[in-house]
Design a protein around this ligand. Structure first.
Ligand code: S3P
Length: 443
């Protein structure tokens, strides 16, 4: 990332039409690299997201001994070190903006007799790591975090680690995955109990790599067990398009009059697809075409047409399946007819930014009427009237890619456009967002 923020005005544009593809899924891309790095032999990946977050994972795995290459056709190859084979890193692991890289790699390292130093940018250095430190300490790893349980952090893995049975206190796929990855190289059976289901890419992909992993539903909770001392078999992986990136184009097409946009190859794993359900409940015209499977994940092409949205009460139970999509849902709600109420969203306060307060401030400055509650926003929609601020508001993105892209979408549907203070963070998850937007506006 360059040193100086790059501001940009996102002005109203014409209808979004034609057919686009969004880049590969960020969660699946991180996992493809990590599991490939633990398999002996060559794992091949196509459709890998080449955003800064995923590249941070690749670099850390190289530092710990994996061979990772990109070919000219955009495909990737990983030669792994085998489960338990990570090497002592000779330098600090710079995680940039990426919570997923940090927490999953902490899990991987926990069961190796190595010491690692984790660093990150200002956003990542404010995020809580106690949620992974607690279970991984129970397994035997040791941690010296900065005050408040944050980065920079030093950890000492342990070999052997002890298997634990751990009920997740927060609905977090990152915490679940960190424990399962530590469990891969831990003798015996490591168990994670999920009272609320979260994205299950780790479980699906680990099974694909040959790990002995079971998922059972017991008294309404998901019980995931992994047998340690595992051996992983290299795979050929096709990464589907990221539903969290598609979300910006879905909402943009719903809001901008005359739009009729097809987004091909969007991952629709049920643990990720909550936004589509909610937007359909709001009256959004989103059609699922050509439903199929890609790389063990359900995928479809989405046809999205401009719609007048209606405000609804969003069921908090759906939150984990759209946890990254709330910023852009708030933009949809601000343009809908009637009031949208969201609740149960405490986790949004510890993402790349405090997304409740960041979006409340951003939308208010462009003329939306809303109330910020402890665990959600209540938004009185404009009824389809384009939002209009005082004219010189500058949106603060707080190093958060999803705030930047959500407010870009708000700009497209506004009266006079919206100026975002810093578009650099967009490259963490969606490097060609702006080009794709301009292309879709040209049709
Ligand atoms: C992710 C899990 C989610 C999500 C993040 C990616 C993952 O975080 O917000 O963008 O790949 O496991 P939490 O596990 O903290 O909810």
């Amino acid at each position: 990332m360059t040193d100086t923020p790059t501001s940009k005005r996102f002005a109203p544009i014409g209808p979004l039409t034609g057919t686009i593809r969004v880049p590969g899924d960020k969660s699946i891309s991180h996992r493809a690299l990590m599991f490939g790095a633990l398999a002996v032999g060559e794992t091949k990946v196509t459709g890998l997201l080449e955003g800064h977050d995923v590249l941070a994972t690749a670099e850390a795995l190289r530092i710990m001994g994996a061979t990772i290459e990109r070919f000219d056709d955009g495909s990737w190859s990983i030669h792994g070190v085998g489960v338990g084979g990570l090497l002592q890193p000779a330098q600090a692991l710079d995680m940039g903006n990426s919570g997923t890289s940090t927490r999953l790699l902490m899990g991987l390292i926990a069961s190796h007799a190595i010491t690692a130093n984790f660093t990150g940018d200002a956003s990542l250095s404010g995020r809580p790591m106690g949620r992974v430190i607690d279970p991984l300490s129970q397994m035997g790893a040791r941690f010296e975090p900065s005050p408040g349980g944050t980065l920079p952090l030093m950890m000492k893995g342990s070999f052997p680690t002890v298997p634990i049975s751990y009920r997740l206190p927060v609905a977090s796929a990152q915490v679940k995955s960190a424990i399962l990855l530590a469990g891969l190289n831990t003798p015996g059976i490591t168990t994670v109990i999920e009272p609320v289901p979260t994205r299950d890419h780790t479980e699906r992909m680990l099974k694909g790599f040959g790990a002995d992993l079971t998922v059972e539903e017991v008294d309404g909770e998901r019980v995931i067990r992994i047998r340690g001392d595992a051996e992983l078999t290299p795979q050929t992986i096709t990464v589907p398009g990221d539903p969290s990136s598609a979300a910006f184009f879905i909402v943009a097409a719903l809001l901008v009059e005359g739009s009729d946009l097809t987004i091909e190859n969007v991952g629709l794993n049920p643990t990720r697809a909550g936004l589509i359900t909610v937007l359909q409940q709001m009256g959004g015209d989103i059609e699922l075409l050509n439903e199929r499977e890609v790389g063990g994940e359900p995928v479809a092409d989405l046809r999205v047409q401009h719609s007048q949205l209606r405000g609804i009460d969003v069921d908090p139970a759906i939150a984990p399946s759209m946890i990254d999509e709330f910023p852009v849902l708030f933009v949809a709600a601000a343009n809908a007819q009637g009031t949208t109420t969201t609740s149960g969203l405490h986790e949004l306060r510890v993402k790349e930014s405090d997304r409740l307060s960041a979006m409340a401030a951003a939308l208010t400055s462009v003329g939306a009427r809303l109330k910020e509650l402890e665990d959600g926003l209540v938004i009185a929609g404009s009824g389809g009237e384009p939002l209009r601020g005082t004219g010189n508001e500058l949106i603060t993105t707080h190093l958060d890619h999803r705030i930047a892209m959500s407010m870009a979408v708000a700009g497209l549907a506004s009266k006079d456009g919206v100026e975002v203070d810093d578009t650099r963070p967009i490259a963490t998850s969606f490097p060609d967002f702006e080009q794709l937007l301009e292309g879709a506006a040209r049709g």
